[in-house]
Design a protein around this ligand. Structure first.
Ligand code: PMP
Length: 403
């Protein structure tokens, strides 16, 4: 059976070459192309609807405030959180830095431990190292199973009551492996640790329910979810967020300012200093509407089918090494014997196929795999079998060139 796009007539201007032919875009895990409905929502917000939020006494500003807060509600709904539990950030990276610098700084001390894993994105490593340098907390690293999943049996052996935080990717941006969240949460709870999940690659491809998961922190970026760049979200349990000190100071995050003393607004406003990313938030809300209209179960099934096709096609080619588990979500990393991934990426680009080649901001994982880089094909809602066929043609040509 062929795997067709499932976007039911949605327009994707970013998927067209200048001559109107299809661009075989296989870099959705880096950032997703945008449907016309999101582009239109952003255009309206920046044009006919534009005004500031939260402060204006005129009708346009009041309308914009309603639209901005409606976007927060939509984003909360996507992960089944409450709207007061969503802090808008610049993206997942800023969300993790926020947690490290506020919750981490306030709650962790020398001798406390944090558990990460080998496959984490740099954005879920470096903020904790910065915290380590300031506080003396220790970082432990959970190894992976042979097929590239976070090894939770090993995590169970590593975890102790000194662990105050477990911070793991829900879906790996390199291997596509999906975390057993229920088990990870159980293990964290068993030692009294909080759990942060990096949902950057999960939110665009799996139905996420933070309440059912019983996570403490969940972070994601709009631009991987068919929304704009420059905005993302931190979801955190209300009780945790309420107790967290502010991080950036400025307008909008205060209750009352005097030179002697400032009191702060409640969460989430306490963490949103300055004029927010109004236009981006509205685009984020439009992207959530779009994704929910398609249905995350349908998106997931679509990507599972594409991954199965791609792994089968690449697996048939000798000299291709596939990384990650068979059931990876939307992402396939691979290497071709004797061809550097960057050379492959360049030749594929000539064929109208865009893949990612590099360390994918996961250098410790590259060290673990014993390669400097991998080639990565990642799928989205608009991907179809013609993209896989073009990838295979491009790889065959590359192998001919390299003899
Ligand atoms: N975590 C994962 C798993 C990611 O894939 C990414 C983006 N590549 C990030 C975090 C960081 O997201 P952003 O750059 O949007 O802040």
């Amino acid at each position: 059976m062929s795997v067709d796009t499932i976007t039911r007539g949605a327009q994707w201007p970013g998927l067209l070459n200048p001559d109107g032919s299809r661009w075989h875009y296989l870099d959705t895990a880096a950032t997703a192309q945008k449907p016309q409905v999101v582009i239109d929502a952003v255009t309206r917000a920046l044009g006919a609807d534009y005004a500031t939020v939260h402060r204006g006494v005129y009708a346009r500003s009041a309308d914009m405030t309603l639209a901005f807060e409606a976007a927060r509600r939509k984003v909360a709904g996507l992960v089944n959180g409450d709207e007061g539990e969503i802090v808008f950030t610049r993206g997942a990276t800023e969300a993790i830095n926020l947690v490290a610098q506020t919750w981490g700084q306030a709650n962790l001390k020398a001798g406390d431990r944090i558990l990460l894993s080998t496959l984490e994105h740099h954005s879920n490593i470096v903020p904790w190292q910065l915290l380590r340098d300031r506080t003396g907390v220790e970082i432990d690293v959970c190894p992976l199973t042979e097929d590239g999943r976070i090894d939770l049996a090993a995590a169970e052996r590593i975890l102790t009551p000194a662990h105050k935080l477990v911070a793991l990717a829900h879906v790996s941006n390199v291997l596509g492996s999906v975390l057993d969240v229920a088990q990870a949460v159980r293990l964290a709870r068993a030692v009294g640790a909080k759990i942060l999940l990096d949902g950057c690659q999960a939110v665009p491809r799996l139905a996420v329910d933070v309440k059912a998961m019983d996570a403490d922190f969940y972070v994601f970026s709009a631009h991987k979810l068919y929304g704009p760049t420059g905005i993302g979200a931190l979801w955190a349990k209300a009780a945790i967020l309420d107790a967290m000190p502010p991080w950036q100071g400025g307008g909008a995050m205060i209750d009352r300012v005097t030179f002697e003393r400032t009191t702060y607004a409640p969460a989430p406003q306490r963490f949103e200093a300055g004029t927010p990313a109004i236009v981006e938030a509205i685009g984020f809300g439009a992207a959530v509407d779009f994704v929910q209209a398609q249905g995350l179960d349908a998106i997931h099934a679509h990507e599972v089918a594409l991954v199965a096709k791609a792994r089968e096609a690449l697996g048939r080619m000798n000299s291709v090494r596939l990384f990650g588990p068979e059931d990876s979500a939307g992402i396939v990393s691979f290497a071709i014997e004797g061809v550097h991934p960057h050379d492959l990426g360049t030749i594929l680009d000539e064929e109208g196929v865009a893949i990612r080649a590099g360390h994918h901001c996961a250098q410790p994982l590259m060290d673990h795999l014993g390669v400097p880089a991998t080639a990565r094909a990642s799928f989205g809602i608009y991907s179809d079998e013609s993209d896989i066929a073009a990838l295979v043609r491009g790889i065959e040509r590359t192998k001919r060139i390299f003899g």
